[in-house]
Design a protein around this ligand. Structure first.
Ligand code: FRU
Length: 419
């Protein structure tokens, strides 16, 4: 086990190799984030205010496809299936988080989605609402991971930020007209913040932005063959006690001052590993990447493994950057030599796709698929009369080219195309 990350000597380039259990966390530094700059390769096109809506029943936001454990999207008997956070459209758009439930949708052509209703039977899930997750198909069994958000039976309560990772298993069924699920009766809490590797709710109380222990993303690492979860966490310890390190700050331009409040911003990308394919027990591992003193939220982390390289993506907001830094609502990314390794920010700064300046919250919750297609939901779109239109439906799918440590937006496709 390498004790420290010794930088490779320039004459003999060599990348340290780590395993999932090693204690090495890559860093998104302030120096990286100071390079954030928009150009046409990383700025999303404006979302047209006349976008179509998938269903008038529910707001739809964070969305994930049914996948195989190799992260590729799966079909079942010719059906494409996606899962999403949903809330009745009768709830104000901004309050949807406190009513969120996982809904499912199915389609023949991967873009004309039919809303199928709630995934879980009432009263079976942990938490008082469900936040983002992932779903893996193994045979006809579906492993549905989600964030049990809020205390059990906590009701609608925006002041209850508890988050735990949960798993429920069920079965998928389909005929020529529709897709449905059975099971999902046996829910389990599989991971909780421990206060040593990941900040607990109690430790977070002083922080200015909601803490995180959420958004499990399941995959099998082709190298160690183990099943793992990525998730969004915060660095353990009482909020405000973190001390920004030289590594967190990085090689910043001369004169760059780190504001004292930067210590409150401690987002990370966490890792948990299953003890076997039955996924019965999970072990928390040190974070893969931290954004200490850079950003409080590295939400919905996910992974694309291509040509032996590990592309780690996460969504983040403009308002969650630490003082003295600024970015865009959008998707950020890193590339590394292995699941755990010295991840480098894509495009120098990590920005992959950000919202345009004149529509800063037009879309969010981007999810990059192994085929380079990026789905996201429409959030709040400026209209010609100076007002706004809320989305709560899928945005046009954006196409990304991924080469080495660079990404480039190439074009856009249909609304909600998730093949
Ligand atoms: C991202 C997100 C997720 C969370 C969900 C809650 O849009 O903040 O991190 O699971 O939305 O609604």
């Amino acid at each position: 086990t390498p004790a420290s990350a010794a930088p490779a000597a320039p004459s003999k380039p060599q990348t340290p190799q780590y395993s999932a259990d090693d204690d090495y966390t890559a860093v998104w530094s302030r120096a990286d984030a100071l390079k954030l700059k928009q150009d046409k390769t990383n700025t999303a096109p404006r979302v047209s205010p006349d976008f179509p809506v998938i269903t008038d029943k529910v707001w739809q936001w964070d969305t994930w496809p049914l996948t195989k454990l190799d992260t590729k999207t799966a079909t079942y008997r010719g059906w494409h299936v996606i899962f999403a956070l949903t809330a009745p459209r009768s709830v104000p758009f901004g309050d949807r988080h406190w009513y969120a439930k996982i809904g499912y949708y199915y389609s023949r052509d991967a873009k004309s989605w039919k809303y199928g209703g709630d995934l879980f039977q009432p009263g079976t899930a942990f938490g008082s609402r469900q936040w983002a997750g992932s779903a893996a198909l193994v045979g006809d069994k579906v492993y549905s991971f989600y964030t049990a958000s809020g205390h059990d039976n906590g009701g609608v309560n925006p002041n209850d930020p508890l988050q735990r990772l949960a798993l429920a298993t069920g079965r998928i069924h389909a005929d020529t007209t529709h897709v449905w699920f059975t099971g999902f009766q046996d829910h389990r809490i599989i991971a909780q913040a421990d206060g040593k590797l990941y900040q607990t709710l109690e430790q977070s109380q002083q922080g200015p932005i909601i803490y995180a222990f959420r958004d499990p993303f399941v995959f099998r690492d082709p190298r160690d063959r183990k099943v793992h979860l990525l998730f969004e966490g915060n660095t353990a310890g009482v909020a405000g006690t973190y001390q920004c390190t030289k590594r967190d700050i990085g090689d910043v331009p001369y004169g760059h001052q780190v504001p004292d409040n930067a210590k409150y911003y401690t987002g990370n990308i966490g890792l948990a590993t299953a003890d076997g394919d039955s996924m019965d027990h999970w072990k928390l591992q040190p974070p893969l990447l931290s954004a200490n003193c850079v950003n409080q939220q590295t939400e919905r982390p996910h992974l694309v493994i291509r040509d032996g390289k590990y592309y780690l993506f996460t969504i983040s907001h403009k308002f969650t950057f630490a003082p003295g830094l600024s970015g865009w609502d959008g998707v950020y990314g890193f590339v590394g030599p292995a699941l755990r390794g010295d991840y480098q920010p894509l495009n120098g700064s990590a920005l992959v796709l950000g919202n345009p300046e004149d529509a800063p919250t037009q879309q969010y919750s981007h999810y990059v698929m192994p085929n380079g297609l990026v789905e996201s939901f429409i959030d709040t779109v400026p209209t010609a009369d100076g007002g706004t239109r809320f989305g709560g439906t899928l945005a046009r799918t954006l196409v990304l080219s991924l080469r080495g440590n660079r990404t480039r937006l190439t074009h856009q496709l249909d609304y909600g195309f998730i093949p």
